[in-house]
Design a binder for this molecule. Structure first.
Ligand SMILES: C=CC1=C(C)c2cc3[nH]c(cc4nc(cc5[nH]c(cc1n2)c(C)c5CCC(=O)O)C(CCC(=O)O)=C4C)c(C)c3C=C
Ligand code: FE2
Ligand code: FE2
Length: 357
């Protein structure tokens, strides 16, 4: 390496992905429901049961994506985050962001080929899920490992497991919640109380019982954000949205939380706490379906905090995470292999450090 050569750092951004056209909805759902991390049934049943569930879900999902013009905005928003993150890191390193989606293009293999073609010297794996779940980050890490093996990509790699209570993440999220809270308060008549509902993507209860740390980490994020909001007497709660299978999912559901708000005659401000980009579950579920329900229940008001997308504070938080994970900061939640993570990170060093403080 010449003295002038700066290390090329490939940052791989992981997310779930979404269909890029109406005809992609069904194959996207088939990819999702045939993932062993999502559909936990014996391998010989999974392909046909997964395809069966995907076929049944296609109509409802297609209707949701039709509202968004027939596609998910997730890829464009993730690419924008990647450009903003690379720009934030540019003074310190030659960084380039690559997107690896789990269930639709660009898949991990396409990202691994692009990283190889760029001639990266090292890689940082950065899941865009603040909280670790075996169904999201865990699945993406396994997928990345397999893609690298197929492509023959071998390079020094550091991976971040989660950033559920990261200081800068919590502070930048709290700033967004605070702005939305102030705007909602300004719109509501003085006598109407406002409840802040943190809404996370749900998970089947059986997955949590098997040791998935997701719900525990969601609770830590909410604590960290509420801490930094500093609103005296804040009325707030956690609930879960996007249930898609008939099993028992963790609760309370957002629907139940809205019914309770109606009984208590309070307005609600919904803050998505497990997504860092807008997509169908914020733009359709929260902004259309739950807004309609709130109206039907005669809630005195329904407001929503936007997802982070390329918010400057959030991008700054991601840049800080990249710096620290590259530096091998032991207080960070990083892990050597996806299999270790569910056990090792239920009370990860990151969370223990916070509790000790
Ligand atoms: C058993 C099914 C599912 C589990 C478990 C699950 C976990 C999970 N998902 C996210 C984030 C996203 N999910 C998205 C879409 C989506 N998720 C499921 C199913 C499960 N998710 C389906 C069937 C779909 C497709 C849409 C639909 O049919 O309604 C998306 C992307 C959507 C987009 O518009 O691009 C994200 C992001 C998290 C954080 C999570 C963790 C527990
Ligand atoms: Fe999901
Ligand atoms: Fe962790």
């Amino acid at each position: 390496m010449s003295a002038s050569h700066r290390l090329r750092v490939a940052i791989i951004l992981f997310n779930l992905g979404g269909p890029d056209a109406p005809e992609a909805v069904r194959p996207f759902l088939e990819n999702l429901f045939t993932d062993p991390a999502i559909l936990r049934v014996p391998g010989f049943i999974r392909p046909w049961l997964g395809k069966f569930i995907a076929a049944r879900r296609t109509k409802a999902a297609s209707e949701n994506y039709a509202i968004l013009g027939g596609k998910s905005p997730l890829l464009e928003l993730t690419q924008e985050q990647g450009r903003a993150l690379a720009a934030a890191l540019a003074p310190e390193m030659e960084a380039r962001c690559f997107t690896a989606m789990r269930y639709w293009h660009p898949f991990a293999e396409e990202a691994a080929r692009a990283v190889k073609a760029w001639g990266a010297d090292e890689a940082v794996l950065l899941p865009l899920y603040p909280q670790f779940s075996t169904t999201t980050t865990g699945s993406s890490m396994e997928d990345w490992k397999a893609a690298c093996a197929r492509v023959g990509l071998e390079l020094p790699t550091k991976a971040l497991c989660c950033f559920h209570s990261d200081e800068d993440f919590a502070r930048s999220t709290a700033a967004m919640v605070r702005a939305a809270h102030d705007a909602a308060r300004a719109e509501l008549p003085a006598g109407v109380a406002l409840r802040l509902l943190f809404s996370a993507h749900g998970l089947p209860e059986s997955i949590v019982k098997r040791g998935d740390p997701y719900q525990w980490q969601v609770e830590r994020t909410v604590e960290a954000v509420v801490d930094r909001l500093g609103i005296a007497g804040l009325d707030h709660g956690i609930c879960y949205q996007s249930r898609v299978t008939p099993q028992k999912w963790i609760g309370p559901s957002l629907e139940e939380a809205l019914e309770q708000a109606a009984k208590d005659k309070v307005a609600v401000l919904v803050s998505p706490i497990a997504f860092v980009s807008e997509h169908s579950e914020t733009l359709v579920e929260l902004d259309v379906e739950y807004r309609e329900l709130a109206h039907k229940l005669h809630l005195p008001g329904y407001f929503r905090v936007p997802a982070q997308n390329s918010d400057a504070g959030f991008i700054g938080a991601l840049a800080g995470l990249v710096r620290r994970v590259r530096g091998g900061n032991r207080a960070l939640c990083s892990f050597a292999g996806a299999r270790q993570c569910p056990k090792a990170h239920r009370d990860c060093p990151h969370a223990r450090a916070r509790e000790a403080a």
